[in-house]
Design a protein around this ligand. Structure first.
Ligand code: C2E
Ligand code: MG
Ligand code: MG
Ligand code: MG
Length: 276
């Protein structure tokens, strides 16, 4: 950690901190040129209905780093948020997803598939956010109904009125909204009722040890009932076993995502999966 200010006003760092700082700075400058260098790819994770039919996918960002290999979003999204690089990166994700929606629109078996895109807090907070998304939709010709925005509770808990206004503006043209990692945040029921959502996404921490964990089983049933009361669709993430799927199915969950069905995969593999 930083030592106290020296006599001449300089700060002293220990060598391990120096190394961490250098590696961080290197990663940041790598990140800065990653879009231009075409190092980002989207992976697609299947979402299925209660009948097991494909209904769409969540798009998950991957960074193909020339030396580090495939970098997980957990390892660069926080830095991208801090530096503001999440703004151009986020737009690239939307653009790529919308181009894919447009491509599928010409293929009858794929034309109804919906793509879910994660939105970062900083991106959603931008005054231009609504216009940016509308412009991308117009430019790519993607059907807005097939675009689903995943917001987390921390995103929607910011400035309530502005959040609701932005959501309405996009909902008006058909864009859908899902509340990601639901149950881990602090949104109140009255607040939830005001948000123009389409879907609640049960966080995978509640799915993890179903049906053994009685408290998680109760939470999951409560979320599903809540969705029903609010007229919202409910999807579960992180479904890994047939036991989890069966419990969710019995509890009335409408949509499913997780390794039990498929891991996030590259677009060509995803299309092969749809053909199979
Ligand atoms: P998330 O939106 O909650 O995405 C779900 C995460 O759970 C993904 O991790 C996915 O690979 C993983 N997952 C899916 N099924 C299973 C399962 O059955 N078991 C387990 N253990 N995990 C499963 P991933 O791809 O590493 O993404 C992590 C987070 O990074 C995402 O969490 C999301 O918050 C963020 N992220 C990913 N792509 C983007 C993006 O394009 N923009 C922004 N702003 N954030 C993104
Ligand atoms: Mg998500
Ligand atoms: Mg999630
Ligand atoms: Mg999650």
């Amino acid at each position: 950690q930083a030592k106290a200010l020296g006599k001449n006003g300089l700060r002293f760092f220990d060598p391990s901190m120096q190394a961490a700082l250098e590696s961080r700075t290197a990663l940041e400058s790598d990140l800065r040129q990653a879009i231009g260098a075409g190092q980002f790819v989207l992976h697609y994770q299947l979402q299925v209905s209660a009948l097991g039919d494909p209904i769409g996918a969540e798009v998950l960002l991957r960074w193909q780093h020339p030396r580090r290999g495939l970098v997980s979003p957990m390892d660069f999204i926080p830095m991208a948020e801090e530096t503001g690089l999440i703004l151009p990166i986020g737009l690239w994700v939307f653009e790529t997803a919308c181009l894919q929606i447009k491509k599928w629109s010409a293929i009858p078996a794929r034309a109804g598939l919906q793509l879910a895109v994660n939105v970062s807090a900083r991106q959603f907070r931008q005054a231009s956010f609504v216009d940016d998304i509308k412009n991308i939709l117009a430019r790519t010709g993607a059907n807005p109904v097939l675009l689903k925005l995943e917001l987390t509770e921390s995103v929607v808990l910011e400035e309530v009125d502005t959040v609701i206004e932005k959501m309405h503006a996009l909902k008006e043209i058909g864009v859908c909204f899902s509340l990601d990692d639901f149950g881990t945040g602090y949104s109140s029921l009255s607040y939830l009722q005001r948000l123009p959502l389409n879907q609640l996404k049960i966080d995978r921490s509640f799915v993890h040890n179903l049906p053994k964990d009685k408290s998680n089983a109760t939470i999951v049933r409560t979320i599903i009932n809540l969705g029903e009361s609010l007229g919202l669709n409910v999807i579960a993430e992180g479904v890994e076993t047939p036991e989890q799927r069966d419990f969710l199915l019995r509890s009335g969950c409408q949509a499913y995502q997780g390794y039990y069905f498929c891991k996030p995969i590259a677009i060509n593999e995803f299309e092969e999966l749809l053909d199979a």
